[in-house]
Design a protein around this ligand. Sequence first.
Ligand SMILES: Nc1ncnc2c1ncn2[C@@H]1O[C@H](COP(=O)(O)OP(=O)(O)OP(=O)(O)O)[C@@H](O)[C@H]1O
Length: 248
Amino acid sequence: MTMQDEPLLAVDSLSVSFDGFKAVDDLSFQINRGEIRVIIGPNGAGKTTVLDLICGRTKATSGSIRFEGRELTRMKEYDIVRAGVGRKFQTPSVYEDLTVFENLEISYPRGRGVFEALLFRRDRELTDCIRDIAEMIYLDQKIDEKAANLSHGQKQWLEIGMLLIQDPALLMLDEPVAGMTVNERVRTAELLQRIIQSRSVLVIEHDMGFVEKIAHQVTVLHQGRIISDGSMEHVKNDPKVVEVYLGH
Ligand SMILES: Nc1ncnc2c1ncn2[C@@H]1O[C@H](COP(=O)(O)OP(=O)(O)OP(=O)(O)O)[C@@H](O)[C@H]1O
């Protein structure tokens, strides 16, 4: 099996306890290249904790997280970012006083190698890269606008752009369409389709219409455990899922 055939991310028997309380309990799932997996589940199910575990913010009690052949549970948060895992939090954290261009520019990971010496070439490449990303996130017309003047949805897109410029193989997004207009949600779904041409995406989302539109695979969490997993069609019709959501 070549590296390309392996799943990009393989979570295996992952658990974490906080003072004896199992927030995530024996979790296993995989994400393939070019795939969008969505985690859904009621409040307190453990969804955010899963992202915290993958990005190294929270240390697992047991289990493993393999990403491109590396074991993330043993790595520091900063090294996990450098390995190619990008994470966007729920509330946009863009720099309000900087322009769209500047926000993207400061998010570019600066190398320390010999290329630093080739500043001119580097700057041109970087400028081209920033313009491409601005176009991708629908902000090419706003590139010199201060982030403070963007709509909430546009700030969310800018933050996705700030992740893209770091060139992650896996993007993790926590409720990316929360607070967005209907039109912005449609465009975000389109943006994700373009992103997965060369990356994979893990999303936490409550908006079922949006999940239906984007998800290849859906994982349903309840009290830290997976109660259903598969296509949206499959989990939607799973009696266990219906029970949890309707509270019978
Ligand atoms: N660092 C922590 N210390 C103690 N308990 C925690 C910690 N992080 C999360 N928890 C608990 O773990 C459980 C799962 O929380 P988590 O935020 O992952 O749920 P969620 O599914 O993301 O919920 P929501 O949809 O409300 O964001 C909750 O009961 C929460 O209180």
